[in-house]
Design a protein around this ligand. Structure first.
Ligand code: CO
Length: 279
């Protein structure tokens, strides 16, 4: 098995485990840490912090340090798991409904299933998008147009190409050997996300000299441990007692970027399904 296949296998197993933890009163912090523990136990490393995004939050949320958020009856919960093995990435996600939104969960799942047979060299990206859009619309929902699937590269979650969730007219063709993640998002809202509150997810943007000794240590740690992969505020705070202060400093210096949550603009509920492929 290649590192890509191993990463996908570990991600899929960890996602399935994560889904079993999604129930009323579960702490989001526990879910994130347990799934990240599972990834390591299976021999991988997180390619990004486990994302647990609830209801109208479509993506980009991981538990903050000491996060007390609990799941409630009625919640629609997305869990997005990324694993890397020597930089090769598996990126998978699913949704669990704790309420009355089974159809919305189905719409994203079926949209993903509907394009599996299309994933081969020579297919135009717009064709994949068109199929996803049609499947979601047949359920009476909308795809989120400004979220898309993406190419995966070594230590790069978003490398090169993006794969649309609607027919955006892109006639670029898939090529043999490409690694891609396809991730339909379905919503009963308008179908667009905007930036929301802090996500607890950071990424190294550019390295430049800083005077603060602690900050230099943190930069070195990020470079060695995560390279350009996203990482959690939690992970830094666990390792460095002044982690929060240093992250704020690095953010101000534009050395790291803090991702915002991505929230459905009309407060629609959002479901997601995702898996990775090698073309
Ligand atoms: Co993805």
């Amino acid at each position: 098995m290649s590192d890509w296949e191993i990463a996908k296998k570990i991600a899929t197993e960890s996602l399935e485990y994560g889904k079993t933890l999604i129930k009323k009163d579960s702490l989001v912090l526990d879910i994130c840490e347990k799934v990240e523990g599972k990834i390591r136990e299976l021999g991988g490393k997180p390619a990004f912090p486990v994302n647990v995004s609830i209801n109208r939050v479509a993506a980009h949320y991981t538990a903050l340090p000491n996060d007390q958020t609990k799941l409630n009856n009625g919640d629609l919960v997305k869990i997005d798991v990324g694993v890397h093995v020597n930089g090769a990435i598996g990126d998978v996600a699913g949704s669990v409904d704790l309420g009355e939104n089974k159809e919305l969960v189905m719409a994203a799942q079926e949209a993903l299933k509907s394009v599996k047979s299309l994933i081969k060299p020579g297919i135009e990206l717009r064709e994949i998008g068109r199929k996803i859009q049609k499947t979601i619309q047949d359920y009476g929902f909308s795809p989120i147009k400004n979220l898309s699937g993406h190419e995966l590269g070594l230590y790069k979650v978003h490398a090169g190409m993006t794969i649309p969730n609607y027919d955006n007219g892109d006639t670029t063709k898939l090529e043999k050997g490409q690694h891609i993640a396809i991730e339909p998002f379905a919503t009963n809202g308008e179908g667009k996300v905007v930036e929301g509150k802090e996500s607890g997810i950071y990424r190294l943007e550019r390295v430049k000299p800083v005077r603060d000794f602690g900050a230099r240590k943190v930069i070195k740690f990020i470079q060695e441990e995560y390279k350009e992969l996203p990482f959690a505020q939690r992970w830094i705070v666990k390792k460095f007692p002044h982690g929060n202060y240093i992250l704020r400093l690095l953010e101000k210096e534009k050395i790291v970027k803090h991702y915002p949550q991505l929230v459905e603009i009309s407060k629609g509920l959002v479901s997601q399904a995702e898996t990775s492929f090698t073309v």
